[in-house]
Write a protein that binds this ligand. Sequence first.
Ligand SMILES: [Zn+2]
Length: 366
Amino acid sequence: MPRRPSFPSGAARVKRILKHTWAHLWFDTGLLALVEWLRGLRPRCRPLAILMYHRIVSPERAGQVLSHPDIMVDAATFRRQLAFLASRYQVISLGDFAAAAQTGTPPPRRAVALTFDDGWEDNYQTAFPALRDAGLPATVFLTAGLIGSREMFWQERVIGRVRRLADRPRLLRDCFERSGLGGLVPLLPVPGGGDLSGEGTAALIDALLEVDEPRVAGLLERLAGAEPAPEPAVSANSFLSWTQVAEMRQGGIAFGSHGTSHRRLDRIPPEQADDEILRAKATLAEHLGGPETELFAYPNGGHTARVVAQLREAGYRAAVTTREGVNTMATDRFRLRRINACEDRFRSPRGRFSRAMLAAYLAGLL
Ligand SMILES: [Zn+2]
């Protein structure tokens, strides 16, 4: 897996040391447990922390993965996180929380819910066995139109093609320039440019996330033209099959909607956003039946008041964003906050998984 350096430099390192020290101050002294106990006395103030996972990557597949580092967790780290969560927290299903919140019932003390966005195939291969072993519930938000397909997100397609064209830097540069993206050339693996290590992949995807859809589509077309061979087998970057979804469901995993094709619902015309929501609902209903379509995760967190109204009308009970933070009973159920649980997030300055950091985030202290 492309990883960020375990020893970040400069300001990032100082920031991490400060955060780590702060987390340990609360955790080791028992102050954090005291805060949790005090909050428990007033049920309406009890926080619900929702962890947002995407991909759980096994070491065998790490080399083939083309995703942004901020959506990945190493399989061994994930098991460590689950063991800590099982030992210290009440891990509840997000659906149960949403149903209880609707009737005014607060979450239990130290409540945490686990969510997975997109519906990556590694959720079945790697996350599912770990969740089963730990006996913990989770909700997976499916990009309905991609489940059971061999398609990839544009992010992984761009990174795959750029990496394969790295030995033809002039052609690569030309594809970006002719797509009106010459400003991104310094990020490419070309002479005088960047590299596609974990940091480099993150920088290129972050920059492309700011570009409009047609321009990204044009870039992909040019990259495909420069490398006319078909894209290689993509199992390490593809999505669940409906058979895998059914097996996970039997094993206690719940499913929600993440739209049809992962378009940002706040950046497309309202009627197209409606279509994304309603087609996904129909697809999930066809494959899963009723109650599974009660929860929604906004792709890239993007939503508008109209999108929220459409979800309510379509019978959804709650929706999660990508806004960082914890929730209480007072939080809008259609704008629930989450904590991104990527590999880098809860690391000590030495690069190891830090229980104190995770605990501080879950308590809303970081
Ligand atoms: Zn997503």
